[in-house]
Design a protein around this ligand. Structure first.
Ligand code: GTP
Ligand code: ZN
Length: 344
């Protein structure tokens, strides 16, 4: 980034704005302390962040019920959708919780990050149990594309699940796609087939989502929106209402949102346009190799510590391919991804 020189005038203005902002936050925090001390807020209770807008966020009580608009104590930073928190609610005279204050953040099991405008990784959602990688009979996926998504998912430590959508378009025999999927099932990845064109087309997916927090990712046109619309029929209106809000300029950023699935078995979905684009992140060569799960047993066993698994003698990966322990197509796919890194 080019270094921009700020005039003294600009510098002064920025300092002034920042000072005002800090003073405002301190004032708010002081008011909170007074209210907390005066017992205006109820007891501490667990909750989960369902949306966030800067220092304001929506928290759904663990005990159930509607999300409550909350703000953060001054010492808390960087909360994202999906975070577990401890918060306290304030009730109006009628006994409705009207607002709240978040006092602590819970431990995170996992976090999904995205590069911001400056290319710096920023958390966008937390406590996700599985990444559903959606692909479809049409447009047909390349094996390499699936591998790219799997590698990106493995790098987050969150379990990937492959979702094959539009199976209504599948030819009788199943064809190449079935063989492709068998390869991933053999590696231990769960594969779920879906179609939005049949009444019961989502039953296997429902079973997968139950009791877990999931995100959907995948290429354009594979049917993510269609699947999510079917899973959250009641949310459609809410999403519509929200986008009307943002047109008025209330919330200009598109935050990730956490939705409870209406299905009896429960489960949660976190969704945002940014999350759907997941998979286009930059990884290094080591992360790519580790993202191929069947390589893991062989990594670190090459003769040369800095082996790049190309033509080096004593390369444990090449030997595993030779012995048939690693699928040559997966190895070729690994190569292609590493080569594309060099170009990017
Ligand atoms: N035949 C068939 N078509 C489907 C199915 N699911 C979705 N479609 C169609 O596929 C097209 C793309 O679906 P979308 O839900 O917009 O796909 P998307 O992944 O959200 O795409 P982006 O918004 O571009 O990321 C639409 O015309 C859908 O009607 C399915 O199960 N079977
Ligand atoms: Zn090697």
């Amino acid at each position: 980034m080019s270094k921009r020189k700020l005039s003294r005038q600009q510098r002064w203005r920025i300092d002034k704005i920042q000072a005002e902002r800090a003073a405002r936050a301190a004032r708010k925090d002081e008011q909170d302390s007074e209210k907390l001390a005066a017992g205006e807020y109820g007891p501490e209770q667990p909750g989960r962040v369902t949306a966030h807008f800067g220092r304001t966020l929506d928290v759904r009580p663990e005990a159930g019920g509607q999300a409550v608009r909350c703000h953060l104590r001054a010492n808390l930073e960087g909360l994202v959708t999906g975070d577990r928190v401890i918060w306290r609610g304030r009730q109006d005279p009628a006994g409705h919780t009207v607002e709240g204050v978040v006092v602590a953040r819970g431990e995170r099991d996992s976090v999904l990050e995205r590069p911001d405008a400056r290319g710096q990784l920023k958390p966008v959602a937390a406590n996700i149990d599985q990444i559903l990688i959606v692909f479809a009979v049409e447009p047909a996926p390349h094996a390499n594309l699936i591998d790219r998504y799997l590698v990106a998912a493995e790098a987050t430590g969150i379990a990937p699940v492959l979702v094959l959508n539009k199976i209504d378009l599948l030819p009788e025999t199943g064809g190449e796609l079935r063989d492709l999927l068998a390869r991933y099932e053999a590696l231990g990845y769960p594969v779920v087939s879906t179609t939005t064109e049949r009444e019961d087309g989502l039953s296997a997916l429902h079973a997968r989502l139950a009791g877990r927090t999931s995100v959907f990712v995948g290429q354009s046109g594979v049917g993510k929106s269609s699947l999510i619309d079917r899973l959250l029929p009641d949310e459609e209106l809410r999403i519509g209402a929200l986008s009307k809000d943002s047109r008025k300029g209330t919330h200009t950023t598109t935050t990730a949102r956490l939705y409870a699935l209406p299905a009896a078995a429960g489960g949660e979905l976190i969704d945002s346009p940014g999350i759907r684009e997941f998979g286009l992140v930059h990884l290094d060569e080591q992360q790519v190799a580790e993202g191929f799960i069947e390589f893991r047993d062989h990594l670190g066993r090459c003769r040369f510590r800095d082996c790049r698994h190309r033509h080096e003698p004593g390369c444990a990966l090449l030997e595993a391919v030779e012995r048939g322990e690693i699928d040559p197509e997966r190895f070729a796919s690994y190569r292609r991804i590493v080569d594309s890194l060099a170009q990017g």
